[in-house]
Structure formats: structure tokens, C-alpha cells
Ligand binder design. Structure first.
Ligand SMILES: [Zn+2]
Length: 396
């Protein structure tokens, strides 16, 4: 794919301020100048007319599954049972006939993410006895089409369970040796029914191979909180501070306030981060409490249009909206903070560099027609242009 470079984006607004020109060289923002002052530049290749649009940093999708979608294929009716295990079985029964995973289906998902403004992605990729490490290869192939214009970080994800499927631990170890940045886990109690066993195995690999850990934890209430405590203990014991993420972590929003405060303090002390997909029918991770404790978190779309559920789009800003709305946030400061978490504040914890719209920052830029950041969040208008690492990835 050819993505032309932008050298200057003229006449855009940052958070509702007066118009500026953003200068770019080698994928880095090299200047942000008053738009009138720079207007004497002659038009040439790489000059973009920003038309007074609002500029935001690129969105960070910190929890995705780009390998498992049927985006781009005809409608697929859900024919499986309910519950996590029912969905896992349904996916395993049908994915082969749909050609999942493949570089082609992954490319459809990446295109949806990019055209909605996402420029950095942490994706879980299924690793199991059926597909082995094939999904990881497919995702790498699809991501390579964007070169360094799109950041894609891979978590080797044991979707079908870890200890209950002998051989999966060895696959995760192989994936770690083969260069994935993270290994995943899945409900150590709910799925494997052996929380200590699964977590010990994951942390041993992370420690031996120098990779991070990103655990899906749907287990609710006290059972989930117990596993958060096990993760905290092992992060400390293995010296993996700053390398561990808990995805979903529904339990944190379900336990009582005093228990949650203790957990948040322990998570912050070890820089254990969290990702949420802003679930509609469950309490949200509380913004003020996480910020007050210093627990960093990010938003993700989760799987979209896959063999678990037909729902989801590639719009990370839509997830930020859902989180803000479901959390009852109405004040400007809170809405701004949510957009930060969807953009520049999410990137550092995901290990994906993005400095925000500042000189020296990576030129990941989204243009949209909005009055200010709050208006962009609550209305989630169409993206007019998406620039990744200084390259124009999408233009409406
Ligand atoms: Zn997930």
C-alpha cells in the first residue's frame, strides 16, 4: 500500500484553539506554528489543507482481536450457545470454513480501525491446539502492509484455555521466543479452574523470555478480585512491574469501595495497567478512582463482528463515548480526560510510542469536524483524515 507523506498540515485547531500548522518530518512533529505566520509557504507535495478541522492524536486501541473477525465477509448468524465457553466452542467449530485466521480477514479489520483514526493497536491473537501460531503470522503479514505507519503489538492469546489444553503452555513459550511482545491468559479460575497454576506458568514464561503479560479476566466479584491479588503477588515476585496488564477486570468495579481502594493502590505501586472495552451491561471501571490511585488504563474495541458476537465497529472513539456515557461523565475535564485515555495517555502504557500533538511527538494525527475535544467525543463525527507516522493513511 502506498501512503503519501504529509510535510505540513495547515489550518487545524488543537482542542478548540486558534488555527495552527503542524509541520512533520520523518514521522515526527517538528513544529506547531500559528497558521497565519506560516502561510507564506508555497504549496507543494505533502502540504495538506486542514480546513479548520479539529486535530486529535491518533487513537490507541489497547485491546483488540484483529485475527478473528469476519468483517468483509457476508453476514454470519450466531449459532452457538451462550457463555464464554459456548462462544469458544462456536468459534472453533466455524472459523476454518470462514478462513479465519488469515491475512485477508485481518486486513479488513485493520482498514476499519485505521479509517476511524486508530494508529496504534495492541491485539490479542489466538494461540491454540488448532491454529498453533498461524494467527500470529497472519496478523504480522497484514500489519506489514502499513510498514511503520501503523503500530501493531501482539499478545499471544490462549483463547481456548491454558492448563486445560496440554501443549498450549509450550506454544506460548514458543511465541515468546519467536518475538511476540506479550503472552496472554484467560480466566485462570473460570476457564482453567486452576488460578495459581495458570498464573505461575504465565509468569515463568514472562520471566524467562523477557515478555510482558496481558490477562483476560472476566471472572466476577470476589473470585476475580482474588485473581487480581494473585497477579499482584507474582508481578512483584518476578520483578515485572510495568509489564503486566489486566484486561476487563470486571471484578474491580464489583467489589466494595474499600477493597477496590486497596487493590488500586497495589496495582499502581507495580504499574499494573488495565484495559476496558466499556461493557454495556456491567459497571464501568471508575475514572476518578483509577486516576486518583494512579492506575493507568486504556480502551479497546475487543473483537468486532466475530464468531462471538456480530457487534462492534472499528471506532475506538465510539468505545470512549460508550465509557463516558455509561460512567455518567458530563464535565468538560472528565470528557477531555476520556479522550486523553483514548489517545496520548493510553499509548505509553501499551508500550506504543505516541507523544500527543506536541513538537517531538510521533505524527499520528486525526482530523475531524468538531468544535472541540468534548464535541468530538460526544458526537464521534466521521474522520476526515488519518495520518500515521507522518503518512496519510485515510482521507474521506
Ligand atoms: Zn478480548
Amino acid at each position: 500500500m502506498h501512503h503519501p507523506a504529509a510535510s505540513v498540515i495547515r489550518n487545524v485547531r488543537l482542542d478548540g484553539g486558534s488555527p495552527v500548522d503542524i509541520r512533520i518530518a520523518d514521522g515526527v512533529i517538528t513544529g506547531i506554528d500559528d497558521s497565519a505566520a506560516a502561510a507564506s509557504d508555497t504549496a507543494s507535495d505533502g502540504v495538506v489543507d486542514g480546513r479548520g478541522l479539529l486535530a486529535l492524536p491518533g487513537f490507541v486501541n489497547a485491546h483488540a482481536h484483529v485475527d478473528k473477525s469476519w468483517w468483509g465477509l457476508p453476514w454470519q448468524s450466531y449459532g452457538g450457545e451462550g457463555g464464554t465457553d459456548g462462544r469458544i466452542r462456536h468459534e472453533r467449530a466455524r472459523r476454518d470454513e470462514l478462513g479465519i485466521p488469515s491475512a485477508e480477514t485481518t486486513a479488513h479489520v485493520l482498514r476499519e480501525f485505521v479509517r476511524h483514526g486508530t494508529t496504534a493497536i495492541r491485539t490479542h491473537v489466538d494461540v491454540d491446539l488448532g491454529v498453533g501460531l498461524r494467527g500470529i503470522e497472519a496478523v504480522r503479514e497484514a500489519a506489514a502492509a502499513y510498514g511503520d505507519a501503523l503500530q501493531v503489538q501482539i499478545v499471544a492469546f490462549p483463547q481456548d484455555g491454558v492448563l486445560r489444553r496440554p501443549g498450549v503452555i509450550d506454544m506460548l513459550d514458543s511465541a515468546a521466543q519467536a518475538g511476540v511482545e506479550f503472552i496472554g491468559g484467560l480466566d485462570p479460575a473460570g476457564i482453567d479452574r486452576n488460578p495459581v497454576g495458570q498464573l505461575d506458568a504465565l509468569f515463568r514464561i514472562a520471566s524467562d523470555r523477557g515478555v510482558g503479560i496481558d490477562v483476560h479476566l472476566h471472572d466476577p466479584g470476589d473470585l476475580g478480585a482474588f485473581q487480581i491479588e494473585l497477579i499482584i503477588e507474582r508481578t512483584l515476585a518476578h520483578g515485572l512491574a510495568g509489564r503486566v496488564n489486566i484486561a476487563h477486570g470486571f471484578a474491580l468495579a464489583q467489589v466494595d469501595a474499600a477493597h477496590r481502594r486497596d487493590l488500586l493502590q497495589a496495582l499502581a505501586a507495580l504499574d499494573i495497567t488495565m484495559t476496558t472495552v466499556a461493557p454495556l451491561r456491567l459497571p464501568q471501571l471508575p475514572l476518578q478512582e483509577l486516576d486518583a490511585a494512579g492506575v493507568r488504563f486504556g480502551f479497546g474495541t475487543d473483537g468486532i463482528r466475530d464468531l462471538w458476537s456480530p457487534y462492534g465497529t472499528g471506532d475506538l472513539l465510539g468505545i470512549a463515548w460508550q465509557y463516558a456515557r455509561a460512567s455518567g461523565l458530563v464535565r468538560d475535564d472528565d470528557l477531555r480526560r476520556v479522550v486523553e485515555i483514548a489517545t496520548s495517555a493510553s499509548a505509553p502504557f501499551a508500550g506504543l510510542y505516541a507523544g500527543g500533538l506536541v513538537v517531538g511527538g510521533r505524527a499520528d494525527i486525526v482530523l475531524l469536524d468538531a468544535e472541540n475535544v468534548m464535541d468530538a467525543l460526544v458526537r464521534a463525527p466521521e474522520r476526515e483524515m488519518v495520518v500515521g507516522n507522518g503518512r496519510i493513511l485515510f482521507e474521506r
